[in-house]
Design a protein around this ligand. Structure first.
Ligand SMILES: *[C@@H]1O[C@H](CO)[C@@H](O)[C@H](O)[C@H]1NC(C)=O
Ligand SMILES: *[C@@H]1O[C@H](CO)[C@@H](O)[C@H](O)[C@H]1NC(C)=O
Length: 662
């Protein structure tokens, strides 16, 4: 059979079950589920949308829709599946067709309620109309409608589309653990420790509240590993929760015990006992769904060694000053006595939250850096190194980019993690694809880039929401003593960056002595009135090249010999240069004929790396997962092995001129 130009339809109707294991999934809105698996070169997606009209999924960098790379598809009345690579030129209008079609349809069907489309694409399609899928935060946009386009050309219905967008990590994402039925039978159920607040009342007329509650660990009589944790959010509280961090506490056990008998109080109040609760055990931030430890490591709960008290710090925000808000949210830790190979720890690297961290107003790019010096890693990391497997980045509202850099013996290695499209409202763990080794003597730098264009006044470092931070918390194993590895600009660096030569000794408020034209001005006045517009470059240089004070904290306090140091930026003789891979575009045409040729017998030899063989693999993937309902009855879908029972129309594809079928 030969076809010249036109539309070709291949129907493969199976009254059976198509089941594919997906690595990730996300509910975009209650009617829109996306599942995906990032592979070596391609990412395969499936969207399951509760509509019989058209559906669309896209990617963009910021939260505006303009510039979004979108794919639009539908199943028409003849059962034919359409998939179109498009882009959004003007946010108020529907996406327009790309001249280069770079999405590959793998499967599509409709049942009584849903439209399901499965397709794949390259990370980098080389089409400037498409967006590269990278490790950066991606804004995912979606769109669907009760109606289909009126014609195959795809003119979308005028009004009534449902649209949305949200940030997601597509690649460095915590995988959902496999939940197949066999595992569930052999693994004993996980034990649950709920660490919850108890009816915390947000104070009237206050937009930020830090609440701290001390808790005793569950009564266990042997070591356990926490293998997973998740937020427990009281319905309606979501908008008031900014972050929750669980710390390990040391110190007077009797005092901790009496604190644990209360429901907590406002954190860090002067004249109240403060506990030594410094080491992070678990942390949740806005947008995060929790964390699963990798199979080789878990967080140790040990009644015979290590802490017995923990403190939950909850950062509430209430920008609208809503009244009578009471919250009982917290964290749920899931633990087991089946110990894993290693104890995991959390290491926080960045800038000490302190006023010396200065962000001038009105600037598109301000770079701040926090250092974890070679002395700190040298004293604490064993010679065999530690393995970093996940990171969570943290800034407040001005953060735009974050990188965790690694310098070893004056050579800069590739960044451990980097996001050039960081979104402060989406702070989720990134699971590194491969653990990164850090050895004693490595120097780490957390580099944060802020945009302060929205601010007319200076922003200082601190814990408040209008203040800024620059932190990366890293999960690693095996656990070491170091838990906080911060730095802050030294006083001379701060003064130099503000054009001040000397302060008047022991003055209060702090006053300037030199240069003479500033004599008698207070430091605070200088901060507020400094002409950032003309001095920004020299400020930035002075901050980055000046000395800083390292702060290396273990659970027992500062590491010996690291207090009162003033250190310089490490020498980097071999800087890291990002390899730029040239983009080679391959035609999409022939592989479709391959995909459609009968039963994977493709005749001609194929280059194993080519698109063609990939497509064949996908064809097989689709087909090999098809089993008859008599073999395996439809089962309830779980979060990763989703099961579809339907008449399946496998790959109805629009084939362009010249594609030949035997
Ligand atoms: C239709 O497909 C969707 C998505 O796979 C599924 O959730 C739903 O249960 C199916 N409905 C019917 C009636 O089979
Ligand atoms: C993500 O980062 C890892 C490690 O740096 C790198 O190997 C990988 O290629 C990146 N993935 C993408 C899609 O850019």
């Amino acid at each position: 059979m030969k076809t010249a130009v036109g539309t070709f339809l291949l129907l493969l109707v199976i009254n059976g079950v198509v089941s594919v294991e997906w690595k990730h999934s996300a509910v975009l809105d209650n009617n829109f589920l996306v599942l995906w698996t990032p592979d070596e070169k391609d990412v395969t997606f499936e969207i399951q949308v509760k509509t019989l009209g058209y559906v669309g999924l896209g990617f963009t960098k910021d939260d505006g829709r303009a510039g979004a790379d979108m794919v639009i598809g539908w199943v028409d009345n003849n059962g034919q599946v359409h998939l179109q690579d498009r882009h959004v030129k003007d946010a108020s209008r529907d996406p327009q067709m790309d001249s280069s079609q770079d999405y590959r349809l793998l499967l599509g069907y409709e049942n009584k309620t849903h439209t399901v489309l499965r397709f794949s694409r390259r990370y980098d399609t080389c089409d400037p109309r498409d967006l590269k899928i990278t490790n950066d935060t991606m804004q995912v946009v979606w769109q669907y409608h009760v109606e289909e386009p009126v014609s195959a050309a795809g003119i979308l219905p005028d009004h009534g589309a449902v649209r949305g967008s949200r940030p997601l990590y597509l690649v460095q994402r915590d995988a959902q653990p496999r939940r197949n039925s066999r595992n569930q039978e052999t693994d004993p159920p996980l034990k649950i420790w709920d660490i919850l607040n108890k009816q915390v009342r947000l104070p009237m007329g206050q937009d930020t509240l830090l609440w701290c509650r001390v808790l005793r660990m569950p009564s266990i009589n042997q070591k356990h590993h926490v293998v997973k944790y998740e937020p427990v959010i009281q319905p309606g509280s979501h908008e008031y929760l900014h972050h929750m961090t669980l710390y390990e506490c040391r110190g007077d056990q009797a005092e901790l015990e009496s604190a644990a008998e209360t429901t907590g109080g406002v954190c860090y109040v002067p004249d109240k006992p403060t506990f030594q609760c410094n080491t992070i055990a678990a942390t949740w931030s806005l947008g995060s769904e929790g964390f699963n430890y990798p199979p080789e490591a878990g967080y140790a709960l040990n009644p015979y060694a290590g802490p017995r008290y923990y403190m939950l710090e909850t950062h509430y925000t209430n920008p609208q000053l809503d009244a009578f808000i009471s919250d009982s949210s917290g964290l749920r830790l899931l633990y087991t006595d089946r110990l894993r190979g290693h104890d995991a720890g959390i290491l926080s690297v960045g800038i000490d939250p302190n006023w010396r961290h200065i962000i001038p107003p009105g600037q598109p790019e301000v770079v701040s850096e926090g250092h974890c010096i070679a002395d700190c890693t040298g004293q604490t990391i064993p010679n065999s190194g530690i393995n970093m497997f996940a990171v969570i980045m943290h800034t407040h509202q001005l953060g735009r980019k974050v990188r965790l850099r690694q310098i070893r013996a004056s050579e800069e290695l590739p960044p451990i993690a980097a996001d050039t499209n960081y979104d402060p409202n989406y702070q989720e763990y990134r699971r590194l694809q491969r653990p990164v080794k850090v050895y004693p003597g490595d120097h780490l730098v957390t580099e944060c880039t802020y945009s302060s264009e929205s601010r007319t006044a200076i922003t200082l470092g601190g814990l408040g929401t209008r203040e800024e931070t620059c932190l990366v918390s890293v999960l690693y194993y095996p656990r070491i003593e170091l838990s906080l590895c911060y730095s802050l600009p030294s006083l001379p660096t701060v003064l130099h960056s503000l054009g001040i030569q000397k302060l008047i000794q022991a003055s209060s408020p702090v006053m300037i002595q030199e240069p003479p034209n500033l004599k008698g001005m207070t430091l605070e006045e200088r901060l507020v009135s400094y002409d950032w517009e003309s001095n920004f470059q020299s400020f930035q240089e002075a901050t980055r090249s000046g000395t800083f004070k390292p702060l290396c904290g273990s659970s027992k306090g500062a590491l010996p010999g690291t207090e009162n140091l003033e250190v310089h930026y490490p020498r980097i003789l071999r800087p890291y240069e990002e390899a730029s891979v040239p983009c080679a575009k391959k035609p999409l045409r022939n592989k479709l004929s391959m995909l459609l040729s009968e039963d994977g017998d493709i005749g001609a030899p194929v280059d194993p790396d080519s698109d063609e063989s990939n497509a064949v693999e996908r064809g097989q993937l689709v087909r090999s997962k098809v089993s008859r309902s008599s073999d395996a009855g439809p089962t309830a879908g779980s979060s990763c092995g989703r099961t579809v029972s339907a008449a399946v129309i496998l790959a109805a594809v629009t084939v362009v001129a010249g594609a030949a079928f035997r």
